[in-house]
Write a protein that binds this ligand. Sequence first.
Ligand SMILES: [Zn+2]
Ligand SMILES: [Zn+2]
Length: 134
Amino acid sequence: MTLHKGSCLCGAVAFTIKGDLQAFFLCHCSRCRKVSGSAHAANLFAPDATITWESGEKNARIYSHPETRFGRSFCCECGGALPRKAADGKSLVIPAGCLDTPVEINPTAHIFTASRANWDHDLETVPMYDELPK
Ligand SMILES: [Zn+2]
Ligand SMILES: [Zn+2]
């Protein structure tokens, strides 16, 4: 049984997840691009995991997109992504970036690549810097 710890950006919300991470999807759909502001979301799925809120649970907000199964959870103070129950009510969906402990699985797949951003291609050929370039 794996333990993962995570928190939001401002630190108000902290949580512990008990259970194994079973899938890791990089979703390029337009909704995930809107809420992440980036090329894709990076969500872990843990079907049998449980979450314990260590602090700040009252800061957690859930947005459910009307007439869809799409939703997200975030800290109302900093906007940082937080885990939530999937639409099926069972699986825990964990935005990978909110975890403070290492993720032991590699991404399973890119999904919804048909709706990827027009600039989202050949990214491995773009120059890389360890920090902000001078
Ligand atoms: Zn926060
Ligand atoms: Zn998506």
